[in-house]
Design a binder for this molecule. Structure first.
Ligand code: FAD
Length: 328
């Protein structure tokens, strides 16, 4: 039985990441009415607003680890803070977002705490009638799915893929009984220090959390060729991504790369422009809700995973789509 759950409320620049609220929503469903949901926030200089958001959405206790070592992401400090939360809460399960930080922290915390680990969960099969709870994760670029469940008596550390689980909704003000508490922890020796942060994506939406992703491949032909894709993404309130082919060719930054060795995205809508559909690219986007492919080669493998396919030149099709969207 999963009764006590801890959630890592990952934030960036003082704003909770959406996947933190998705993990909180999953925790609430897993805990049911009788269980307890704890959240841990790591910050430097206070996180009252994030804590209020978490209690408003059903966290029973929010633990705030506040220390200068947590200002920039340093794995050793974060593991120490999350480990302190594990020791204080002794949860049956600890949920984190399957983000760059979550992927690094989860196995470290699991190892330090002697817990099991399930990574990259995209669905949870919840049952409160004493049956087991299944954690579903895709394998082989989404060609197969695995269902894992708990071995009773062992804690588990689980990462959930962004954009797959419903976020926790605000609860009635009268039902908000959550409390906020300080979490003491011992800062370990830090072997690395972040001296500065360079943002490469010019303030665009976080790719992993965007509802719409417009991606370009080698068919885009140049950096300037990405302009129509940016216009289409802007008209849909989305973000721009890329294949490794486009990144390798120097058309865009590697921060945009989607796939096996890039980011994994699961937007509501993924528009692949001039991307052939190599298996390594599919590994990063094939779980998207609706996939549209624009390619001038009718035999391009991307059409095999697309819900809608447009056989044509992206430089004609993309501006037409943008113009039509701007008209409505
Ligand atoms: P291409 O395969 O060259 O496809 C270009 C497509 O554009 C073609 O289908 C063509 O018909 C179409 N096209 C051309 N002009 C137009 C036009 N005007 N209008 C419409 N369509 C047009 N790839 C990733 O994407 N992400 C990864 O994370 C990744 N990791 C990898 C890891 C490893 C270990 C390896 C070996 C490879 C990895 N790759 C990855 C590379 C992958 O195998 C492919 O080489 C790459 O995805 C191809 O990129 P592409 O589809 O943009 O280019």
């Amino acid at each position: 039985m999963i009764k006590t759950i801890l959630v890592f409320a990952e934030s960036r620049d003082g704003v909770l990441r959406r996947v933190a609220l998705e993990a909180l929503g999953a925790a609430r469903r897993l805990a049911g009415k009788d269980g307890a949901v704890h959240a841990v926030l790591a910050c430097s200089g206070g996180a009252a607003e994030e804590a209020a958001t978490l209690t408003a959405r059903g966290a029973d206790v929010v633990h705030i680890a506040d220390d200068p070592s947590l200002r920039a992401y340093a794995p050793e400090a974060y593991v120490a803070a999350l480990g302190a939360a594990m020791a204080a809460v002794r949860p049956d399960a600890f949920l984190l977002g399957h983000t760059a930080a979550g992927r690094e922290l989860a196995p470290r915390v699991a190892a330090a705490y002697g817990a099991g680990h399930i990574a990259d969960v995209t669905a949870i099969d919840v049952s409160h009638d004493g049956g087991d709870v299944g954690f579903i994760r895709p394998l082989y670029a989404g060609k197969a799915f695995e269902r894992r469940s708990f071995v009773p008596g062992h804690p588990w550390v689980i990462t959930v893929r962004p954009n797959n689980l419903p976020a926790a909704e605000p609860i009635d003000a009268a039902e908000r009984t959550g409390t906020v508490t300080a979490l003491p922890f011992t800062v370990p020796p830090l072997y690395t220090a972040v001296r500065g942060l360079v943002r490469r994506t010019g303030g665009q939406l976080d790719l992993a959390e965007a509802d719409v992703v417009v991606s370009g491949g080698r068919g885009v032909r140049s950096a300037a060729g990405f302009e129509p894709l940016h216009a289409l993404a802007a008209s849909l309130g989305g973000a721009v991504g890329a294949s490794r082919g486009a990144c390798d060719a120097g058309y865009c930054d590697y921060a945009l790369q989607i796939g096996q060795t890039g980011k994994v995205v699961t937007p509501q809508l993924y528009i692949a422009c001039g991307i052939s559909g190599a298996i390594q690219h599919l590994a990063g986007m094939s779980q998207s809700r609706v996939i549209v492919a624009i390619n001038k080669d009718p035999d391009a493998p991307i059409f095999g995973v697309a819900d809608y396919g447009i056989i044509g030149d992206l430089f004609e099709v993309v501006p037409l789509l943008t113009a039509e969207l701007q008209r409505v």
